[in-house]
Design a protein around this ligand. Structure first.
Ligand SMILES: C[S@@+](CC[C@H](N)C(=O)[O-])C[C@H]1O[C@@H](n2cnc3c(N)ncnc32)[C@H](O)[C@@H]1O
Length: 309
């Protein structure tokens, strides 16, 4: 699979935010694209600008596979792709003042007020952007949705960015899949360029340390099954245990869990494995999540509940 050549799994990294010079094996200015779709822009830009390191984030696995093929076909080298929400990734994976350019092409507009939380450009994102961009670093938005671009411009100006646009963009060529699609339909395409002003500050919540709890006794499947529905919710997040499974020999118990940190959602498994005279509750290696507060609380709560059984 072509994408494997480009794919990275930052949820497995022990040190966050990452050292991208180490990830790429060379130091170079960093450019990030959020929601790269089928990868047309990354393929074209990374070949045109081979002296940059390019990182793309997507939430769709199909897009990752298609973009991998596109990058391989273009002979792209200095590109890494990750299947991670770009809003979370920008904040958690990049140190302050380390990214030179951020691109967002045709983000899903989510026009309904009830879906506003899914939009990429909102005040919280803009604060994080102002933290990770280098002085003078730039953010570029391209969209067919003028109200989205205008609102993005307001958020960016409020955070001290110098904003040019939105202005209508001429048709300069094939563009991305969505650009081609909207142009075929005769829609106007809008571009906005924003240059970072004062540095923003951000609060990162993920770290590499693996949470685990040792229980001074063995755990059987029946005891663990009582944990289905175990949940906690607090102002910044929540978790819930959705299901419990046992290995055929009954030695390992797996708990399927769901965690949310400020709207960043993850599904993963907790494993309860025999350890000496007792058992260890830990994150299962097959589905490692980012170690966020909600994930850590789920491990602690499962451990406490099993101890109390
Ligand atoms: C309308 S498509 C545009 C794709 C591509 N940029 C283009 O111009 O053809 C929006 C893309 O953003 C992705 N996406 C939506 N929210 C995202 C997020 N928070 N982080 C990363 N990707 C996201 C979607 O999976 C989808 O592929």
């Amino acid at each position: 699979m072509d994408a494997a050549r480009y794919l990275v799994a930052p949820e497995r990294w022990e040190r966050l935010p990452a050292d991208w010079g180490e990830v790429f094996g060379r130091k170079a200015p960093l450019a990030v694209e959020i929601g790269f779709g089928n990868g047309e822009f990354l393929a074209e830009a990374s070949v045109r600008e081979p002296d940059w390191n390019w990182v793309g984030f997507e939430t769709s696995l199909t897009c990752v596979a298609k973009a991998g093929r596109k990058l391989a076909g273009a002979g792209a080298e200095h590109v890494r792709l990750a299947l991670v929400d770009g809003r979370f990734a920008l904040r958690e994976l990049f140190p302050d003042e380390s990214v030179s350019r951020v691109f967002l092409h045709f983000p899903c507009p989510w026009p309904k007020r009830s879906h506003a939380g899914r939009r990429v450009v909102e005040p919280f994102f803009v604060r994080n952007l102002a933290a990770v961009l280098v002085p003078g670093g730039r953010f570029r938005l391209v969209t067919d949705d003028l109200p989205y671009a205008e609102e993005a411009g307001e958020h960016l100006r409020a955070a001290g960015f110098r904003v040019e646009g939105p202005g209508e963009l001429p048709d300069r060529g094939p563009g991305s899949r969505y650009e081609a699609k909207w142009r075929r339909q005769g829609r106007a395409i809008w571009g906005l360029e924003a240059v970072r002003g004062p540095k923003g500050s951000t609060l990162r919540i993920a770290e590499g340390a693996m949470p685990h709890v040792w229980i001074g006794k063995r755990v059987n499947l029946e005891d663990a099954r009582r944990l289905v529905g175990l949940k906690e919710a607090w102002p910044g997040g929540a978790f819930v245990v959705k299901a419990v499974y046992g290995s055929p020999d009954g030695r390992v118990v797996l708990l399927r869990a769901f965690a949310s940190d400020g709207g960043f959602e993850q599904q993963y498994f907790l494993a309860v494995v025999p350890d000496g005279e007792g058992a260890l509750v830990k994150l299962d290696g097959a589905t490692l999540p980012f170690r966020t507060p909600a994930v850590k609380r789920s491990v602690a709560a499962v451990g406490a509940a099993l101890k109390a059984e």
